[in-house]
Design a protein around this ligand. Structure first.
Ligand SMILES: Nc1ncnc2c1ncn2[C@@H]1O[C@H](COP(=O)(O)OP(=O)(O)OP(=O)(O)O)[C@@H](O)[C@H]1O
Ligand SMILES: [Mg+2]
Length: 285
């Protein structure tokens, strides 16, 4: 009987060729599946379970570095929390986890006990790989598969509890870091950060198209470092991605200074706080 079943499976496999089933039922029984696919799907299911008490998961992303993803992620998290929502902030930039630095908590460490508990600041739950290792002195130099494994393990073992919003700060680029987040986190969608420069616009379109291709919706675009009015380039990004403009965040010379002091812009500056109120309203409506 066992032989017969095996034979049937074999035939079934031959008949359908090497069609890897990525669907979740595939984790239950899929004789043709490579064991590593199985592990990815099983981990994804465990992460889903772990994050099941989070109502919305939103990634802040752009393929281009330095456009203000981390800044937007932090200020957005603070704005949502100031509106009375339960908020978590996940620093998923494994190479350069900057969230803790911008919040003046670079020495804060999570207790190395499973499940990991995010640390709390100003009522926001915050988790970062920087809270586990002394990354600034010992930079993380890992190839793709290790990055994927590490991020998966980190997400699987972090206990957020109930949240209205989890804001996820991503690393730039269109490869391993962002790809892993897309594959394992089951995000509601991305907020794409761009700036008025042509090069940022081109890369923002690239970021948005990558997200869409991986079936993650683009919720909207934020123009950071803005003159106050969205640039033509930004409107081209909005159009190319068939999405909406969430708002503009003005260029403000205080930005870097405040971040260096571990201060948050929406708390310190009413112009910036108004800009983020508008963005938050669009995200929550
Ligand atoms: N609106 C703004 N006006 C002025 N400076 C800003 C503004 N937004 C961000 N900055 C500054 O620009 C720099 C880059 O910002 P940030 O680190 O948030 O970008 P990032 O996209 O997360 O970068 P990376 O790709 O390296 O993760 C920081 O020094 C930050 O303080
Ligand atoms: Mg960043």
């Amino acid at each position: 009987m066992a032989d017969e079943q095996q034979h049937q499976h074999h035939e079934h496999h031959e008949h359908h060729g090497h069609s890897h089933q990525h669907g979740e039922q595939g984790a239950v029984a899929s004789p043709g599946m490579h064991p590593s696919f199985m592990r990815v799907i099983q981990q994804k299911q465990r992460i889903k379970q772990k994050l099941s008490a989070i109502k919305h998961k939103i990634g802040v992303y752009s393929a281009k570095g330095g456009v203000g993803k981390t800044t937007v992620a932090i200020n957005l998290a603070y704005t949502l929390a100031r509106n009375g929502l339960k908020v978590g902030l996940l620093d998923a930039d494994i190479d350069c986890p900057n969230v803790t630095m911008f919040l003046g908590m670079e020495d804060a460490k999570m207790e190395p006990v499973l499940p990991l508990k995010p640390l709390e600041k100003d009522g926001i739950k915050i988790a970062s790989t920087a809270m586990l290792v002394d990354e600034a002195k010992r930079p993380i130099i890992w190839r793709g598969p290790i990055v994927t494994k590490m991020l998966g393990d980190f997400f699987e073992n972090t206990d957020w509890g109930e949240l209205d919003y989890l804001i996820v700060d991503l690393s730039p680029g269109t490869s391993d870091g962002p790809l892993t987040i897309i594959q394992v986190l089951d995000l509601d969608g991305f907020v794409i950060v761009t700036n008025p420069q042509r090069i940022a616009g081109i890369n923002s379109i690239r970021s948005g198209l990558m997200a869409k291709r991986m079936n993650v919706p683009v919720l909207g675009v934020v123009e950071n470092m803005s003159s106050g009015k969205p640039s033509e380039k930004t409107m081209e990004v909005v159009k190319a991605l068939d999405t909406e403009l969430f708002g503009v965040v003005p260029m403000n010379k205080e930005f870097a200074d405040l971040s260096d002091k571990g201060k948050v812009h929406v708390v310190e500056n009413s112009e910036i706080s108004r800009a983020f109120d508008e963005i938050a309203k669009k995200i929550t409506s």
